[in-house]
Design a protein around this ligand. Structure first.
Ligand code: FAD
Length: 387
């Protein structure tokens, strides 16, 4: 079953992004990985085509579509180049959507059109060297100084950081947290190293530093001191939308495995006729389909309630574990060739592992699921549908 919304516009969007991926992304997908190459021209072209600002209203330079449209783009990019999908997600969902949703009118007018058009590249900066899972343990700090705000600290493992012009940055502000727009052109901003990663190569990941950056009040995103709410509501959307990357990745791995099993013969028999291969294909399919059902449900729920952490955590946990399982089994079905860079599945498997780390790890997702379940159960013991 494929998530095919009735909406004709979304159906046409899937068609157009598929054509774009086939023509512009697939021919360079291996190069992106082999050379750790960020395809900047393709990324900027995605801005011109309206994909980067897909959820932003047209008056701010976007395409005015809903979050399902962004999920479709993620899935189709994830089918070909999960790393490009990750950079797209960091720019369009983590940075741009959060900025548009929470920013003042001045922020919207000043920065949103530049990000939607691809003139600028964006990042969201939460993780620090000393705080990953414990995000609120951050040490970056902003203090008020008259009309201005002085920002100090650093962030690490930030997607797109080596290329980004604009960062949505979270920092401690006394006992609370706040979100700020920081520009790479700000005095006191600098970039650190770019990481050399096992997967998601071509999606540039780096460090950034803030040394007494002076920000005007207009750079505060949302209310000063209200950053925690922005972090939490943004994380649910991020988890749901990024789940679609791994659904696309899993579909590609499963299709590759099925095709190979119908072509390759050993012992004068097609691979798919061996019971042990049949078992693999059956489990791969079930994991793919259950992921799809969960991510679609989470997307449906997100459109109604941004604070539904249960569906979001369940969708990303299952879809990323399934993507890793399916791509690993695909390698096994392809045998020795599966282990080479001649076939796409080894890249997909390396890329799949990021799914269990970024946007909160699998361990943190388990905690989120269990605690949301218990909380709901205490309110209503029939939460799972018992009558
Ligand atoms: C390619 C890539 C891109 C990224 N992009 C971004 C980005 O754009 N913006 C951004 O802000 N961050 C980004 N990150 C950072 C990512 O969100 C963090 O790596 C992630 O949240 C985990 O934090 P950590 O690496 O510090 O691991 P840690 O928090 O140190 O965790 C280490 C291990 O301990 C486990 N653990 C931690 N706490 C608990 C607990 N309470 N119970 C059980 N187990 C626990 C973890 O699950 C993990 O297995 C990115 C990371 C990568 C690899």
């Amino acid at each position: 079953m494929m998530f095919e919304p009735d909406d004709e516009t979304l159906r046409m969007l899937r068609q157009s992004i598929r054509e774009f991926v086939l023509k512009d992304v697939e021919p360079i997908a291996s190069r992106i990985d082999n050379e750790d190459y960020f395809p900047e021209p393709i990324f900027r072209k995605m801005g011109k085509m309206g994909y980067l600002g897909i959820t932003v209203p047209t008056e701010y330079g976007g395409s005015g579509m809903n979050i399902a449209a962004q999920a479709i783009i993620e899935e189709e990019l994830g089918y070909s180049s999960p790393s490009l999908a990750l950079s797209y997600g960091a720019h369009s969902n983590l940075c741009l959507d959060n900025l548009y949703r929470n920013g003042s009118e001045l922020i919207r007018r000043s920065f949103v059109p530049k990000l939607a058009s691809g003139e600028w590249i964006g990042s969201l900066a939460l993780t620090e060297p000393g705080s990953g899972s414990d995000a609120l343990g951050m040490r970056s700090e902003a203090r008020e100084d008259g009309d201005q705000i002085i920002l100090n600290g650093s962030k690490t493992l930030i997607t797109n950081a080596p290329f980004s012009d604009l960062f949505l940055v979270y920092a401690r502000t006394g006992d609370s947290y706040s979100a700020f727009v920081v520009l790479s052109s700000d005095k006191g901003f600098s970039r650190g190293k770019k990481f050399n990663k096992m997967g998601m190569r071509g999606s540039p990941t780096g460090e950034i530093y803030f040394d007494n950056i002076v920000l005007g009040r207009e750079r505060v995103v949302g209310e000063y001191g209200n950053g925690k709410d922005i972090i939490l509501s943004g994380l649910n959307s991020e988890r749901v939308v990024l789940s679609f990357i791994f659904t696309g990745l899993a579909r590609r791995a499963l299709e590759t495995a099925i095709e190979y099993s119908t072509q390759r013969k050993q012992f004068n028999t097609h691979l798919y006729r061996f019971e042990l291969i049949e078992e693999k294909l059956a489990y791969m399919y079930i994991k793919y389909e259950t992921s799809r059902l969960l991510v679609e449900k989470a997307l449906h729920n997100l459109e109604r309630d941004r604070m539904d952490s249960l569906s979001a955590a369940a969708a990303i946990m299952h879809s990323t574990e399934s993507a890793e399982y399916i791509s690993r089994e695909a390698i096994q079905i392809l045998g020795g060739l599966g282990y080479t860079k001649d076939m796409v599945v080894e890249r997909l498997m390396r890329d799949s592992i990021l799914g269990q780390i970024g946007a909160g790890t699998t361990e943190i997702r388990k905690h989120l699921i269990a605690s949301a379940l218990v909380k709901s159960f205490k309110k209503d013991p029939k939460i799972l549908g018992s009558v």
